[in-house]
Design a binder for this molecule. Structure first.
Ligand SMILES: C[S@@+](CC[C@H](N)C(=O)[O-])C[C@H]1O[C@@H](n2cnc3c(N)ncnc32)[C@H](O)[C@@H]1O
Length: 283
């Protein structure tokens, strides 16, 4: 979702990459983690937000819509006091996450992580310091009533000074039907904004993976979402009972105009082509 436009690979690059990966035998969850997720960065943002908003360390998190549970696993590995619960509906991705526990976590770390199969709307857990809904997964709820119901459920799952951290995306490019390709190590990640309906706000996005030998995994993942805006999300969080809402915006590299990985709470943002922001619901 950066504003990088697709680049054509030179014949030389194609040659160099041949044989690195091919569609046959590639694992879509592994490719997803490599192209979409950055758990170290997520852990560092959680810590920064806690430092700035609460002045105390966060210990327990709940990762809703956890998929491969990458953030929760990184969280428990980060500190012996950290605990995590993660929830997802999908048996396949949870089995994938569970199968990787032994190679990713030692016994003590794994003992501080619970992976639960369930619907985030109806899976109560012990209260946590911080609840996460990342990679825009709550956009699956397409009407205000449903989103507010989810936000209320999230709020109920927090301790008294708890924080709910969500991410969101937008910018002029997000309303355009377009594809964006990013070359990664041995494969190309393609973000395909297949459709956007200006009347309903509904979007259909796909992730495809293309390989140097010309093979492809088309529609490895498909997301049918409502493209919510920051003001709408803020209003729904307040309606769900959160006492305040903070928005964290990324700084810009002067020379490239790309995000610089430094986040700050802001009162207003910039009208760029593509952005990602963190929204914090203060309980
Ligand atoms: C976009 S992926 C997010 C994966 C991961 N959290 C990340 O940050 O990349 C969305 C995940 O939400 C799960 N999901 C969708 N609706 C759900 C629900 N109501 N309750 C729990 N999980 C749900 C899907 O199975 C899928 O694994």
């Amino acid at each position: 979702m950066s504003s990088t436009k697709p680049r054509h690979e030179s014949a030389r690059t194609r040659k160099r990459k041949q044989g690195w990966r091919t569609a046959d035998g590639s694992d879509i969850h592994e490719l997803y983690e490599l192209s979409v997720q950055d758990p170290d960065n997520e852990v560092s943002i959680i810590k920064q937000i806690w430092e700035e908003q609460r002045g105390r360390p966060c210990q327990s998190i709940r990762e809703d819509f956890c998929g491969t549970a990458a953030v929760a696993m990184r969280w428990v590995a980060d500190d012996p006091s950290h605990t995590a619960v993660c929830i997802d509906l999908d048996d396949d991705v949870l089995a994938w996450a569970r199968a990787r526990l032994p190679e990713r976590l030692d016994e003590s770390q794994a003992g501080r992580l619970s992976i639960i199969k369930g619907d985030v709307l109806s899976t109560p857990t012990d209260s946590v310091d911080c609840l996460l809904a990342h990679n825009f997964s709550y956009y699956i709820f397409k009407d205000r009533k449903r989103v507010i119901e989810y936000f209320q459920t999230a709020r109920q799952g927090l301790v008294e000074d708890g924080l709910f951290i969500l991410d969101c995306y937008g910018g002029s490019d997000s309303f355009v039907e377009m594809e964006e390709a990013r070359d990664l190590d041995g494969f190309t990640y393609v973000w395909d904004q297949d459709s956007y309906d200006p009347v309903t706000g509904d979007v259909v996005n796909h992730i495809h993976f293309h390989f140097p030998d010309g093979t492809k995994i088309q529609k490895a993942f498909t997301y049918e979402w409502r493209l919510w805006t920051i003001p709408e999300i803020r209003e729904m969080l307040l309606e769900a009972g959160f006492s305040d809402v903070k928005v964290y915006w990324e700084g810009t590299e002067e020379d490239t105009g790309e995000g610089n990985g430094e986040w700050a709470a802001v009162e207003s943002g910039e009208a760029c082509e593509g952005w990602i922001a963190y929204i914090v619901g203060v309980r």
